[in-house]
Design a protein around this ligand. Structure first.
Ligand code: G1P
Length: 289
């Protein structure tokens, strides 16, 4: 099993980040000096992915433009001798083969993934959710790809979350296989307290076999009236092996204001050009609060 394709669902309306997302796709909000979607694409590329399908909607054209060439800007920069800047703006267009498909209607994550069926064909593929930005030594998608290739099956990226938080995610029934690796026996999306099976929740990363598409095709709407990928996986794990990998890394939820600010500060603290300035700034602020 070789994983060369990835899907990035990016058709959400960004309602948790209004008013900023009224006209700017939430994936284009900057984290320090790059839009958040760039971190996702960089993770995919660093995990061996070559072809990426972004599932968008009609309000997301700024994203397509970002991953395209910008001849006028490049020419101006070149004429001004700003060659480093030319490289910066070119690089985003040359990072990977990026394709787009529109979801047309907001019908849920399961429906967004199903829209990618023709792009994916009969191969396993990765899914990276745009709201979940990872900080990890080995890219989280790569961690999952390695397990999927070893066991020849679907793998979902999980971490333990608190009992209060799990209602925002999903819960998984698991049996241990080896350190950090589990077989998945059951999944429930957005569980009520009495439905929680374990503390493990999927956090934004998946490697899936194409078997999921037939399931999604006829899957009825679930939580929130939307077609849920988790419901599809619950059926898939009854038909074929699905594993969970407790990935190593910190995950940020950039889809809400607190998670967004957290990642901005953390990444600024690590940014080679501004890290020292940022540390001094925060120290000074903390002393004067
Ligand atoms: C989605 C998935 C959910 C997962 C979560 C975090 O939920 O449906 O299973 O736990 O992402 O990755 P959403 O954040 O779209 O409500």
């Amino acid at each position: 099993m070789k994983i060369k394709k990835a899907i990035i669902p990016a058709a959400g309306l960004g309602t948790r980040m209004l008013p900023a997302t009224k006209t700017i796709p939430k994936e284009m909000l900057p984290i320090v000096d790059k839009p958040s979607i760039q971190y996702i694409i960089e993770e995919a590329v660093a995990s061996g992915i070559e072809d990426i399908l972004v599932v968008t909607n009609r309000a997301k054209s700024a994203m397509d433009d970002y991953f395209d060439y910008h001849p006028e800007l490049e020419e101006r920069l070149a004429r001004a001798g700003k060659h480093a800047e030319v490289d910066i703006v070119r690089r985003t267009a040359d990072m990977a083969n990026i394709f787009y498909v529109r979801q047309k209607e907001t019908k849920g994550l399961g429906h967004a993934i199903w829209r990618a069926k023709h792009f994916v064909g009969n191969e396993p593929f990765a899914v990276l959710l745009g709201d979940d930005i990872m900080h990890a030594q080995k890219p989280v998608t790569k961690q999952l790809v390695e397990i999927a290739e070893e066991y020849d099956c679907s793998v979902v990226g999980v971490q333990r979350v608190s009992r209060q938080a799990i209602a925002k995610y999903c819960t998984l029934g698991v049996t241990p296989v080896r350190e950090r690796c589990y077989d998945v026996t059951k999944l429930i999306e957005k569980p009520r307290p009495d439905q929680v099976i374990s503390d493990f929740a999927i956090l934004g990363r998946y490697v899936l076999t194409p078997g999921i598409f037939d399931i999604l095709e006829s899957l009825p709407a679930g939580y929130g009236g939307e077609v849920q990928l988790t419901d599809g996986l619950n059926i898939l794990c009854g038909k074929e092996r699905v594993m969970a990998y407790d990935f190593i890394g910190k995950r940020y939820d950039t889809g809400n204001l607190k998670g967004y600010l957290e990642v901005v500060v953390d990444f600024a603290l690590e940014h080679e050009e501004i890290s020292d300035w940022m540390k001094a700034f925060i120290k000074n602020k903390a002393e004067n609060l």
